[in-house]
Structure formats: C-alpha cells, structure tokens
Ligand binder design. Structure first.
Ligand code: SF4
Length: 319
C-alpha cells in the first residue's frame, strides 16, 4: 500500500549572474530535481542512492513538506501536502519526520536528553509521562535510561547522539522517517549498529524509512527497495534484491562496480561528486559518460520503462 506518493516533482533554482540579473527573468536554471515520480510503501525501507548534488536531499525534504517544489505534488494518505491548511499540515508533520547525518548540529547543545525528547511532545501538545521517555530511550539502545536522561549532547558519543535523534522523532509515533545520510559521520563499527537499529524499529513499529545515501552498501544492508538518482533524475528503481543482482542502467552498474571492486577502479572511471550545473545535456543526461551511448540518446531523454515486475530503468538499451 502506498503511504506517500510524489508526482512529477521539479525543483529548479535560478542562476543569477551579476546584480542586474536580480531584476530580470533568469535565463538559466539549475534543475536540482527534474520531474521525479516516486512512491513509498507503508512499512518499507526505501533507499535513495546518489552522489552529492544528485538531488536526493532536496527530494527527501520535499517529500515531507520541508521544501516546496517548483512544480509537482506530494500525496500522503491521499492528501496533497502542499494544498492543505497550515494546521492540517502541522498535525500531519507529526507522522512525517526526519533525522540528519550530523546530530550534533541538530540537537540543542543546552538541552539534556530528557529535554530533547520532551520538546517535540510539548510543541505538539501531547500528554506524556516518564514511562514514554524511558521506554523510548530503551528502544533505541540508550540503556539504562537513568544514565542518559540528564546528559547533554557533548556528553554522548556520536552513535549515542544519533540514537537520541531517533528517540526524539519516535516519541511522536511517526509513520514515515527520512533518514538523511544517518551513518555518514559515525565511526565504522557503529554504522552497522545504527542501520540494524533502524531495521529493527522498522520491523517492530512498521514505520517506513527513506534512507538517503551515497553508499550502495548501506542500502544493500537494510533496504527493501532502492532508487538510483543521477543529476536530479531517478534512473533505476525497484526491489533491492533484483537491482543488486541485476543492475541495468549503465550508471547503476558503474556505481556498484566502484563499491564492489574499488581496488580495480582507476581515476578515469571512478565516480566523482556531481556538481549541480545548468548545463545538463539534451537527451539522456548520462550520455557524456556512458560507454553505450547511441545517436538517439543525445536527442531525446529516456523515461523510466518497466523491464520486469517492480523494476524500472531509464535507458534505451532496454526498450
Ligand atoms: S540511454 Fe543511452 S546514454 Fe543513456 S544510459 Fe542508456 S545507453 Fe547510455
């Protein structure tokens, strides 16, 4: 069952060159997200994999209403979140939450863990008692809770801060959580721990996650479905198992090769961070780097095509 659906989402920002351009219509636009349609099922973990500036962060924020798209709609429980009243959106936002990669900057440094977890409950006028606070800390592995309730963020390790961030959103009993590169700043041994915790909470509570990451291995570890984003577009999407075993888009193949055989990758074919640019080529935006490009690829951009059940790819090789 679809919990959330984004339809034809675009996010364009104008390129301003010089002070005078502030008073004229922009001639160029950076297409951060370019006509993306994406569905999230209730209770699933969906991973959005893409390099820096591929548009995954912008899209994830649009999905929960933190950013407005230039065009397109997002439906949560069949309601367009950008056309409901402010009050209705405020109520809905309890169910649509986000945790960030850098919990140190997202947690109030002056608050204790208790105050950090209480804050969203107070802001939403939700009655609570100590059992809820202690129970949530136990759920995220901050045990015994008495040892953590009175600590401040600087008295926690990196992974403990990330667990506190998760507790802060879980007290609101969300249905969907964006986990924005949640393990990017954690030390290696703790990355797997935190991903396993997300998986357990997903299983036990039935809460859906959108995991954004530049690293396919994190998606392989916990996701049910994955989508690959390149220069503002989803180029391949489907069930994790299918795409892991049979990646079809040349960009997905390259991304996975870099992950699986990093020691074989030379500078010329290693992936690099994408820099958002107004100069996206006509046709398939991957053709300048694609070893299989054909004349047709330069002329018309391919849309997502179904190649097998629950597996879509935007590439003319699979017409
Ligand atoms: S559409 Fe053409 S250029 Fe684009 S990925 Fe497929 S083969 Fe390569």
């Amino acid at each position: 069952m679809r919990l959330l659906k984004a339809e034809n989402i675009k996010k364009y920002i104008p390129v301003r060159e010089g002070i005078l351009s502030l008073f004229t219509k922009p001639k160029k636009w950076i297409r951060l997200v370019d006509n993306v349609t994406l569905g999230i099922n209730a209770g699933e973990i969906h991973a959005l994999i893409g390099e820096n500036a591929s548009g995954k962060k912008t899209l994830s924020r649009i999905l929960i209403g933190l950013k407005k798209p230039s065009d397109g709609k997002v439906f949560y429980n069949n309601k367009n979140i950008f056309s409901i009243s402010g009050e209705e959106y405020r109520r809905m936002r309890r169910e649509l939450q986000i945790i960030f990669g850098d919990p140190f900057s997202s947690l109030n440094p002056h608050f204790t863990v208790k105050e950090i977890i209480e804050e969203p409950l107070k802001l939403n006028d939700i009655e609570y008692d100590d059992r809820l606070l202690r129970g949530t800390l136990e759920e995220v592995g901050l045990t015994p809770p008495e040892e953590y309730l009175w600590r401040k963020p600087f008295q926690l390790s990196g992974v403990e801060r990330q667990r506190a961030s998760l507790a802060r959103v879980l007290v609101l009993n969300p249905k969907f959580i964006v986990a924005d590169e949640p393990v990017s700043l954690l030390d290696t041994p703790y990355k797997e721990d935190f991903l396993s915790l997300m998986r357990r909470i997903n299983r036990e509570r039935g809460v859906a996650f959108l995991l954004t990451t530049a690293y396919p291995q994190y998606a392989f570890q916990i996701a049910d479905r994955i989508s690959i984003m390149y220069l503002g577009k989803i180029v391949e999407t489907g069930r994790k198992r299918i795409i892991m075993e049979n990646p079809l888009h040349p960009y997905t193949q390259q991304l996975f090769r870099v992950y699986r055989e990093p020691y074989k990758i030379t500078g010329e074919i290693g992936i690099t961070d994408i820099h958002p640019s107004p100069e996206i080529p006509d046709g398939c935006r991957y053709y300048p780097d694609c070893p299989y490009s054909m004349d047709k690829c330069r002329a018309v951009e391919p849309g997502l095509m179904e190649v097998e059940e629950e597996h879509h790819v935007a590439c003319y090789l699979y017409e």
